[in-house]
Every structure is written in structure tokens, then in C-alpha cells.
Design a protein. Structure first.
Length: 228
């Protein structure tokens, strides 16, 4: 990274914030902390961090609601989010991914694992230095350099992960990809993968694309393809 990335850590446990701060600062990153959802939202809007580490179990508004509000605000909608959760059920992780989180780490976590996750998400969401051609499919436009998607002239608010999945599929129309292919090609094997991860992102994409969502077709028993 050519410049220091600022990471926002939202967690009500001071020890956790300091642990994350210590390990990320050793990697040359700046860290700001918040101990509840409301202050975390305010800091996110003020600092526009490169990434947010968000605990689900927060006082007041919980982490899932914080994630929803971040995604609904144009100022913070595209900031990558890594969830921290002590909950062991797959449902909580799936809900987090459905509302826009990019990755998750379960508590108690290894600081080395968290640092690796942060670096991986930052790598995946950094704009490429060499812009690629804009992908056009009728009224749908995917602009890699600007990280923008428009449908009939209207900009769509996609998460970084949703953008990557859409770009990957749209760049290869007619080609059928398994879920593993999409993980390898769009998400990378360093992302936390659970059952339904790809399905969750595709479902969210279809909703946001509206009528254009029909361009992403389900191939039963195998995966997905982008209509030619």
C-alpha cells in the first residue's frame, strides 16, 4: 500500500479494539476506534475509512443494524466491512453477508488471521492501476476503473463484493461458472467461504439490479451464468 489505510474498529470491548489496533498498526495501518454503533457510524462518515471491522454484539443498535445503515448511506455504502461475531450459528453470518458485509471472523479470533483478512479485503477492493474497458450489456454498464454500475443511466449502490461478482460474470457472458469458480475468480480463496455465500451475493445483486437481475441466470445443479 502506497499510503496508510485507515481502519475503523467498532467494538464495545476496549481490549479488543486495542488488540486490533496494535496488530494493524504493526502492518503500517492507522486505526480509529468506536465502542458503540452510533459513534461508529459518526466516525465512518467523518473519516471515510478504507475498511471497517464491526462487532455484531454492540450496545444500543447492534452490528447488523450498523451494517444496514452504512450500506444505506451513500457516504459509506462502498466501505468494505469485516464482521466480528461470537455467535456460532451460520444464520447470523449469512444475514450479515446478505446485508452487505464482505467477510467475517469469529471470536475468539487470531490476530494474525484478522490481519490477513483485512489485507485480503483491502487487496480485493483496491482500484486497479490499469483501467479495463467498460463492460456494456444493453442498458447495464460496469465501469471497472470507477467501480461504478449503472442501469438505464441510474447508478446502483453495490457492495465491493457484489461489484466483483457482477463484473466477473458480466465479463464472460454465456459461460457457466460453478460457485467455486466464482469464489476463485471474483472473491479469492482468502475470503471466508461458507455454504450459500455466493448464493447470498447473487440474490442481493439481482434485487439491486431490478429488471437487469434476469441477466444472471441460475444453472441448476451447477452455478450461474451471465446471459449473452
Amino acid at each position: 500500500m502506497t499510503s496508510k489505510a485507515t481502519i475503523l474498529v467498532i467494538d464495545d470491548e476496549k481490549d479488543v479494539v486495542e488488540l486490533v489496533r496494535h496488530n494493524l498498526e504493526k502492518q503500517g495501518m492507522d486505526v480509529v476506534g468506536a465502542q458503540d454503533g452510533e459513534s461508529g457510524l459518526a466516525v465512518a462518515r467523518e473519516h471515510a475509512p478504507a475498511l471497517i471491522v464491526l462487532d455484531l454484539m454492540l450496545p444500543g443498535i447492534d452490528g447488523l443494524e450498523v451494517c444496514r445503515r452504512l450500506r444505506a448511506d451513500t457516504r459509506t455504502a462502498r466501505i468494505p466491512i469485516i464482521m466480528l461475531t461470537a455467535r456460532g450459528t451460520e444464520t447470523d453470518r449469512v444475514v450479515g453477508l446478505e446485508i452487505g458485509a464482505d467477510d467475517y471472523v469469529s471470536k475468539p479470533f487470531s490476530p494474525r488471521e484478522l490481519v490477513a483478512r483485512v489485507k485480503a479485503v483491502l487487496r480485493r477492493t483496491t482500484v486497479a492501476t490499469e483501467p479495463r474497458d467498460v463492460i456494456r450489456h444493453g442498458d447495464l454498464i460496469v465501469d471497472h476503473a470507477r467501480r461504478e454500475v449503472t442501469w438505464r443511466g441510474k447508478a446502483l449502490s453495490l457492495t465491493a463484493t457484489e461489484f466483483r461478482v457482477l463484473e466477473f460474470l458480466a465479463a464472460h457472458p454465456g459461460h457457466v461458472y460453478s460457485r467455486n469458480d466464482i469464489i476463485d475468480g471474483a472473491l479469492g480463496r482468502d475470503v471466508a467461504v461458507i455454504d450459500r455465500t455466493v448464493d447470498v451475493h447473487v440474490t442481493s445483486l439481482r434485487k439491486k439490479l431490478g429488471k437487469a437481475g434476469d441477466l444472471i441466470e441460475t444453472v441448476r445443479g451447477f452455478g450461474y451464468k451471465f446471459r449473452e
